[in-house]
Ligand binder design. Structure first.
Ligand code: 6PG
Length: 222
């Protein structure tokens, strides 16, 4: 049952995001979509790839990335390439968050400049959430969390004990620069975490809270 619910949720989210892009493309030449990685988005990516859009006018980038080569199994760029940028959607302009530098600290400035040049404000930012209340790579156990929550820079290198790889995340400020925000989560544990996040305001404890004070379309299925 939950599988069917999650498929329907993914389709509904894809239709909402496609409509957001269409609305903005009616009045601007290019539109930006920011998506998250992980496992939850896969059916959403597949449903969105099937949507009718002027994909050549759509820019796609990530809310965050693991600092691994694009061909690595853990790469979010690889995930987007395998599930979203297929068929007509392959005409979209994908902007990765990694460079050839050995560390995200070395590559962060170049990535920040690359990201800053996109069609902000985004038409849509689609966030996920981890079981620890993180979103993008804004991790409660990261020493760089305070910086990522406060900087005006577009991208920040982050490391977290809970994560096996260093990361590059868009800053909270940059992720807020969108006309629409969506949160895509599934299952009881994430529902419970969202309830907990909604009942407090300490962003450093649960970074998803940084996005609970703006309009947020929550797409949740069991
Ligand atoms: O790079 C990542 O992993 C994501 O951007 C991350 O923020 C993700 O949205 C959450 O960790 C939820 O991941 P799942 O969908 O796999 O639970």
């Amino acid at each position: 049952m939950s599988e069917l619910c999650r498929e329907r949720l993914a389709t509904q989210l894809a239709e909402a995001v496609a409509e957001a892009l269409r609305q903005d493309l009616a009045s601007q030449e290019r539109a930006l979509l920011v998506v998250s990685g992980g496992s939850t988005p896969v059916p959403f990516f597949q449903a969105l790839a099937a949507c009718e859009l002027p994909w050549s006018r759509v820019e796609v980038t990530l809310a965050d990335e693991r600092w691994v080569p694009p061909a690595h199994a853990d790469s979010n760029a690889r995930l987007v390439g395998e599930h979203l940028l297929k068929g007509p959607a392959a005409a979209a302009s994908f902007v990765p968050l990694t460079t050839d530098d050995a560390t995200p600290e070395q590559g962060a400035e170049v990535v920040a400049e690359r990201v800053a040049g996109l069609a902000w404000p985004a038409s849509a930012v689609v966030l996920g959430m981890g079981g620890d209340g993180h979103t993008a790579s804004l991790f409660p156990d990261s020493r760089e969390l305070a910086l990522a929550l406060s900087t005006a820079e577009a991208a920040v290198a982050v490391r977290a004990r809970s994560q096996s790889q260093p990361r590059l995340t868009l800053s909270a400020d940059r992720l807020h620069r969108s006309r629409r925000h969506f949160l895509h989560i599934t299952g009881g544990d994430k529902r419970d975490m969202l309830v907990r996040a909604l009942s407090g305001d300490d962003v450093r404890e649960l970074p998803i809270r940084a996005f609970l004070s703006c309009p947020l379309a929550i797409y949740w299925a069991p």
